[in-house]
Design a protein around this ligand. Structure first.
Ligand code: HAM
Length: 424
């Protein structure tokens, strides 16, 4: 077959068939957690002012430098397809005066995001995330609760080898000092860094800590660690978060090299992955952290926050890889066959009665021949077929055929729903 002329753009995909079953199940689990923990749903526009992200995520980050889909409107505004959800949620909090509501404000989303990334395992240019954000309070218990929610969502979906990585990257008080110490250590070794890290040394030195290049890893393994340079406040915050995680017996690993790719984080950062070969290839399933300065950067408001987001496609990819079935097939047990115009008209009404009663039923209303309808019923593997011929339609009756035994029974149309319920 020749290649079709039109295909989905690179890194983007159609969602259809079985994939919706995974999406629906993940949505259902996420929604049930949101409901239990009293999060309100929020959906922000797909497009935002580009400056929201350049300011919020940071000019020196990969997302802003390389990955934003940008456009200029006819009116001359610069807009960006949202690459993530935290900056828009904080923008909404400020815009709608949510600081006047009882704090913290808890918001969740299940939305699509866009990043101009090089498509590979677990990386797409259009993808879905579910996110939870707790805004307006600084308590370490909230950091733990966010991690707990994501961990338990992944558990409930069936993952069994989950690993939580956690770190503190300090705040505006202690991080600048650490940055200076790190830069002076790296400067003396910059000749041996990979080209990307040479650039990062000038623009975003902390990102060097999670470089995967072997020659950089060697240098990083002896670099000064941020955990030894935290101020009292950040140290205590981290200590309390870890104590709560211990109490909950969550399997975390304190990783001093975890820095994450967004500049808005302060104090806690975390990632959750599934520990398998494929898991390593697709990367973290969930990422998040605390962002106490983001509201100030965006609108001059003091508003701490903590949250995280999970990548839906990555989760689905791993569930499939591990053959974890997260949905049950609920197929109808009955097929409705009709022959003739009068029967067809009545069949349309019968299907409606089934829908109102929430009883699943297959039909093939466009078909005329009984043979082709029976063939289809057989293929679908239904237990019963309702047969409505012209004579039955005139007599206000219908036949119920048991497909295993071949036995048939006449039912009065007015009693159909009541009778059928006995068989389901
Ligand atoms: P992030 O780590 O950039 O964080 O993304 C969160 C998750 O989204 C990742 O762990 C991954 O599963 C998924 N993801 C990211 N990029 C892609 C992609 N190109 N293709 C497929 N999946 C992807 C954030 O976005 C933060 N806003 C999370 C957060 C919320 N922090 C605080 N609150």
């Amino acid at each position: 077959m020749p290649k079709p002329k039109f295909q989905t753009p690179k890194g983007m995909h159609d969602i259809f068939g079985e994939n919706w079953k995974y999406f629906d199940k993940i949505f259902e689990v996420v929604k049930s957690f949101a409901k239990f923990y009293n999060f309100e749903r929020i959906e922000t526009p797909v497009l935002e002012e580009a400056e929201l992200f350049t300011k919020g995520i940071g000019l020196a980050t990969d997302i802003v430098q390389k990955e934003m889909f940008l456009l200029k409107t006819k009116g001359g505004d610069y807009l960006a397809l949202r690459p993530e959800g935290t900056a828009p949620v904080v923008r909404a909090y400020i815009q709608h005066g949510m600081q006047n509501l009882p704090q913290p404000v808890k918001l969740w989303y299940f939305s699509q995001f866009f990043r101009y990334e090089h498509p590979q395992a677990g990386r797409f240019r259009q993808f879905w995330q579910f996110g939870f954000e707790i805004l307006g309070k600084q308590a370490p218990a909230l950091d733990t609760q966010i991690i707990l929610i994501f961990y338990n969502i992944l558990k409930e979906l069936g993952f069994e080898a989950l690993a939580i990585k956690i770190n503190s990257i300090g705040d505006s008080f202690c991080r600048p000092y650490y940055k200076k110490t790190l830069i002076s250590y790296l400067k003396h070794r910059s000749y041996a860094l990979c080209p990307d890290c040479k650039r990062r040394l000038k623009e975003n030195p902390l990102r060097i800590l999670d470089c995967k290049e072997e020659k950089c890893r060697q240098i990083i393994s002896e670099a000064p660690q941020i955990l030894n340079h935290l101020c009292e406040n950040c140290k205590n915050h981290l200590k309390t978060v870890l104590e709560f995680l211990d109490d909950l017996q969550l399997p975390y690993h304190l990783d001093p090299y975890l820095v994450r790719g967004l500049d808005y984080y302060t104090k806690t950062v975390f990632e959750i992955s599934e520990e398998t070969e494929k898991g390593k290839a697709v990367g973290a399933l969930v990422g998040g952290g605390r962002y106490d300065n983001l509201a100030k950067i965006l609108g001059g408001l003091e508003m701490p926050g903590v949250g995280g987001a999970g990548g839906v496609e990555r989760i689905i990819e791993l569930l499939k890889e591990k053959r974890i079935k997260i949905y049950k097939e609920k197929k109808p047990k009955i097929f409705l066959a009709q022959i003739g115009d009068l029967a067809k008209r009545k069949a349309l009404k019968i299907v409606e009665e089934f829908r109102k009663e929430n009883l699943p039923i297959y039909e093939s209303i466009e078909k005329d021949s009984l043979k082709s309808q029976m063939k289809l019923a057989d293929k679908l593997g239904v237990k019963y077929v309702l047969i409505l011929g012209h004579q039955e339609a005139l007599n206000e009756e219908i036949l119920l055929r048991d497909m295993e035994t071949g036995k048939q029974k006449k039912i009065r149309l007015k009693n159909l729903i009541k009778e059928v319920k006995k068989y389901l």
